[in-house]
Design a protein around this ligand. Structure first.
Ligand SMILES: [Zn+2]
Length: 363
């Protein structure tokens, strides 16, 4: 982490100059892609980027040179990660645009024709524009500290009860990010937009006649409730008696944290439901297109099943098999019985010489 900080703060050192010339070659640390042939140190640096970005505090100056799309200046995530390259293309701004391209005088000035920037516009409006750019560790202008860096990667440093629901490994980044905003109640829902005077009505875009709030969207609205209840059923979970976000969040903290497959898929199902319901809500408002609950469910199922098949390897137990069938996850997720055997033997100590030879095909 210290090396990353040296790079970002452009510390005058031989290593920083060498890295910029030989490794980065004109790219920023955030644009650099993983590739073969990098040293162990550089592979570790690229792996640690996400963790580091969550500790950085970007102060934005009048002539800000932070990369608009690639620096994680807003909520520790880059806009390219959050919006995708299509949205960038739609803005008409170049890939190498800096934040000064969307700041006029001391005010933010975003292209108004790109609906994906609506949330960003609101979130950035809460950032005060200062005299000059500054990078801080944990707090504005804060210096790097080993102690704070260690605290930030220590698992017990979780400050909020839901951090393990959001930040446990194995999540889909765009889903995780959307879930994080939901826990923070940071989405620009219609009730907020009405308060800001951006819209004239706060009616829910799913046509239920209620006002749109975070509690209503996740998952009190008839449309999203249908989606969420089906996801709960696929996970063999009992349906809740109360459907607002606060109670959903409490359920998530109590029933989705842990390494077991059933906990992972509950977290993944929740994040995917929040993400796809929010996306559908945006499509209805900004694109005048509407999908059915079945197609939202198909998207959720496909995202979660693909991720599960790619990243997980689980025991073939009746409980796991039932969930795998519900989600339509490929059979390859089940651990090979031979691996299972050797796994058990490692822990029971019954790994005899004959057994090892038999598995290697000797004798
Ligand atoms: Zn509704």
């Amino acid at each position: 982490m210290n090396l990353i900080w040296d790079l970002l703060s452009e510390k005058p050192s031989l290593w920083v100059s060498w890295s910029k010339a030989e490794i980065l070659r004109g790219l920023s640390l955030w644009q650099m892609e993983k590739k073969q042939g990098l040293s162990v140190t550089w592979k570790a640096i690229l792996r640690l980027r996400l963790c580091v970005s969550s500790n950085l505090v970007y102060s934005v100056g009048l002539n800000s040179s932070w990369s608009l799309w690639f620096d994680p200046w807003l909520h520790s995530m880059s806009l390219v990660e959050r919006l995708g390259t299509r949205a960038i293309h739609d803005t008409g701004l170049p890939r190498d645009a800096s934040l000064s391209d969307v700041i006029h005088g001391s005010n933010w000035s975003w292209p108004s024709h790109v609906w994906q920037l609506w949330d960003i516009r609101h979130e950035s409006s809460l950032i005060r524009i200062e005299q000059r750019d500054r990078l801080g560790w944990i707090k504005p202008g804060g210096p790097f500290s080993f102690k704070l860096a260690y605290e930030s990667i220590r698992p017990s440093s979780s400050i909020v009860s839901w951090s393990k629901v959001v930040w446990s490994s194995g999540g889909i980044p765009k889903h995780t990010f959307c879930l994080w905003l939901t826990f923070l109640k940071a989405h620009c829902t219609m009730d907020k937009l009405l308060r800001f005077g951006v819209v004239q009505s706060s009616l829910c875009p799913f046509g239920c006649g209620q006002d749109e709030t975070v509690d209503h969207l996740f998952f009190d609205c008839a449309f999203t409730k249908t989606v969420w209840s089906k996801v709960m059923k696929m996970n063999n979970c009992r349906l809740p008696t109360s459907w607002n976000w606060n109670d959903t969040a409490t359920w998530a903290v109590e029933h989705t944290v842990g390494n077991h497959f059933r906990f992972w898929i509950r977290r993944a199902g929740l994040a995917a439901s929040v993400y796809h319901c929010w996306r559908e809500r945006n499509n209805r408002i900004f694109r005048q297109s509407a999908a059915t609950t079945e197609s939202i469910l198909a998207r959720i199922r496909s995202d979660v099943a693909d991720k599960a098949a790619l990243n997980r390897s689980i025991r073939d137990s009746p409980a796991n098999r039932s969930i795998v069938t519900n989600w339509d996850i490929t059979e390859s997720i089940f651990r090979n019985p031979i691996d299972e055997l050797s796994h058990e033997q490692r822990y029971t100590g019954s790994n005899t010489r004959q057994e090892r030879q038999r598995r290697r095909g000797v004798g």
